[in-house]
Design a protein around this ligand. Sequence first.
Ligand SMILES: [Zn+2]
Length: 486
Amino acid sequence: MAREQRRALLELLQRPGNAQCADCGAPDPDWASYTLGVFICLSCSGIHRNIPQVSKVKSVRLDTWEEPQVEFMALHGNDAARAAYESQVPSFHYRPTFSDCHLLREQWIRAKYERQEFTNPERQEPYSAGYREGFLWKRGRDNGQFLSRKFVLTEREGALKYFNRNDAKEPKAIMKIEHLNATFQPAKIGHPHGLQITYLRDNSTRNIFTYHEDGKVTSGGPCPPSYLTPREPSPQHGRKEMVHWFNALRAARFHYLQVAFPGASDTDLVPKLTRNYLKEGYMEKTGPKQTEGFRKRWFTMDDRRLMYFKDPLDAFARGEVFIGSRESGYTVLDRLPPSTQGHHWPHGITIVTPERRFLLACETESEQRAWLDAFRKVVDRPMLPQEYAGKGRRGWSGDSQRPCGRAKGGRLSLFQWKPTSSINPNLGTVLEVRGGGGWTVEACGRRERLLAPGLMGALDTARWSLSLATGTFSVAPHCGPARPGL
Ligand SMILES: [Zn+2]
């Protein structure tokens, strides 16, 4: 009898839809929720086990099954459950995979079956309303202490803001939705729902580290008003709130991108809402002269930008280098030049860019392999025209790296290529220059004067993408001598 049930279950697992975990998509699930009628992986079964009021789980292979339970599974299954519980998932909502952190998978499962957010759209208001405010613990830039801060996300203003005091009129920082990214970093931040938010400030990536309070009130900062503290303080509340913040930020970016790229489909926009880093970890690096000793630094690979930090929780990177594609002269080698000295870690990597070589060393062979995989992923991918923006940034030059384009007599703070669907479809690509006005930009023998701060210069697309690609352009205050190389 038991054998028959097992055979029937194994047959059910062959049905389309049942071959991947109903919640995270992991292949070959061999657990099941016999109250929801879904086949799930071992890892998701552990999450279901913590919600006994909605889900009861059994192993397909190890547990005993009753005939009615098997019949229930046959009647339902993963496709049917998806149709029932995921009928109204907003496009911007993050759908976790098996490689995501526990928090994202857990909250996805609870949102689906316990809170039933995707069959009751009014329950999506905490992240779909276009406005959200609340208190998050934010790590202080200089002292590393976490303090409670009021955060306000407003789609109308296209910004996430935070305030140092409850009654402050002016926000401490305004982070534009356009340049915002959020990723869960529980291990790095040392909190189960630690969220890293990055944005651009003065042409540098600024990191802030946050988590939601669990109803615990600690000293050291203004206390949240009572109406904002949870009625039943519990770790679960903080976890839900933090994922709601994450999805609210994704919703805001989604709506921003819909306006910026009117023709684009949801499938084009969704991958741009948030980015997980390709790789993070420690490596050793040396400076531009390659004669100084190697130093251990924390590295983050964010798409094509490799940044390094002295401490993983630093507010700003000490330096960053853009990694282009093979066709534009970038290569990654699994070794250091033979004469290299001064590194303690044995597994070398050389990144060759058109301008110079970057020498790195990893502690273990598996770390070296993981970094090489991350670098090759971007080197092997052809560059998009707007990605030439990153090339405007100078590679790191020792530990004194400052935002690029700084020069006497003015300040150039941002270079960016924009596809013009977001500005004016009649233009090609424009080079956006913000900061001090009165700059002369020179490329391929052509000079162009940028008239005012914040001006968007409409420039000859082909010429400019060529000169950015080959790096043969220079920027200078119009009254002073030209300064080569950004
Ligand atoms: Zn799963």
